[in-house]
Design a protein around this ligand. Structure first.
Ligand code: PSU
Ligand code: MN
Length: 315
């Protein structure tokens, strides 16, 4: 197992990795900045249980007192959720500063991928990824998640991306950087709250085994970088597109009026969309994360069974 003096791997996670058993990474920005307290903590603990119930070991990733953590205690998850917005939102740029100041930090998709890869974890479940923002032609607002997907070899299971983003431009960016977007049992890119969008995916795969095989082939070929596995929210929890679109349009207008910029943009939009759509969007959000945890666990199992860890280490 790779060692890094800044990283603490939870004993359960270390044991699983040493045994070549399935492990699923989980992020923490969704806990501190993505949902209100106490639903955020309840959901994070439920997601971990869902991973365990589906045969994998969960590794929720964050920075606690300046230490990179792969695997948290329930008390540490409670702390990330209770402190909420007071917890630093940490992407690639921020990592060294949160480490040296000994602070608590919630990891985005980008920094969760970095720490997962450091620990030797290859499959990661979350809600939605960051992307190219609408109006990026002017604002240059492109999430660091996309650059990370270009360089770090972790599969990210998500429900696509929210249409607070420019989905066609996000796909163009990923194509340029050689990041495949796989649709799980779908030809359409899911848009987080809704099962589909006007965009397609690059490849449709219908089983966790096929996805694991593609990951192993990619990395064994020396093609470093991530893969987006887009898993639509279960139909029963999908929201009407018109309702989501109206809330997103209003949130975007407000963000512009209030001149919100930098890393505050995404948390602001997420919170406003959630407020404007009431409790429905929170319920949908929770269900899609659980759904992604289940698929990620199944992929991690196939990955382990097919010798994925050895294939990556040999590459
Ligand atoms: N999109 C969501 N929910 C989230 C995020 C994005 O639907 O919680 C979080 C993730 O942690 C993601 C981050 O990595 O926001 C992206 O932030 P930014 O756009 O500032 O890169
Ligand atoms: Mn941004």
């Amino acid at each position: 197992m790779p060692l890094n003096s800044y990283l603490d791997i939870h004993p359960d996670v270390a044991q699983a990795l040493d045994a070549g058993a399935p492990v699923v990474a989980l992020e923490s920005t969704i806990i501190s900045h993505g949902m209100p307290y106490p639903d955020n903590v309840k959901t994070a603990l439920r997601v971990e249980d869902e991973v365990r119930a589906h045969g994998a070991v969960p590794a929720t990733i964050a920075i606690i007192d300046g230490r990179l953590k792969a695997g948290l205690s329930p008390q540490q998850i409670e702390e990330l959720g209770r402190q909420g917005a007071a917890v630093a939102k940490v992407s690639r740029r921020d990592l060294p500063f949160i480490v040296t100041s000994g602070r608590i930090g919630a990891t985005t998709v980008a920094s969760t991928m970095i720490i997962a890869a450091m620990a030797g974890i290859r499959v990661f479940a979350t809600g939605g990824i960051g992307g190219v923002h609408r109006g990026a032609q002017q604002s240059f607002d492109v999430s660091a998640d996309l650059q990370e997907l270009a360089r770090t070899s972790v599969a990210v299971v998500c429900a696509g991306a929210k249409s607070i983003l420019d989905l066609p431009l996000t796909l163009e960016y990923l194509e340029t950087h050689g990041v495949p977007v796989v649709g799980y049992r779908t030809d359409s890119l899911p848009a987080f709250f809704t099962v589909d969008s006007d965009c397609g995916v690059d490849y449709r795969l219908d089983s966790p085994q096929e996805i694991a095989q593609a990951l192993i082939a990619k990395w064994a070929l020396g093609l470093h970088g991530g893969v987006v596995v887009a898993n639509p929210v279960p139909q029963a929890f999908s929201m009407p597109r018109a309702r989501v679109d109206a809330a997103i349009e209003q949130a975007l207008r407000e963000a512009q009026e209030r001149r919100i910029g930098g890393k505050a943009v995404t948390p602001f939009l997420l919170a406003r969309v959630s407020e404007l759509t009431g409790g429905d969007s929170l319920a949908t959000n929770i269900e899609l994360v659980l759904n992604n945890a289940r698929l990620a666990s199944a992929i991690a199992q196939q990955f382990a069974r097919l010798g994925g860890y050895d294939a990556v280490n040999a590459a």
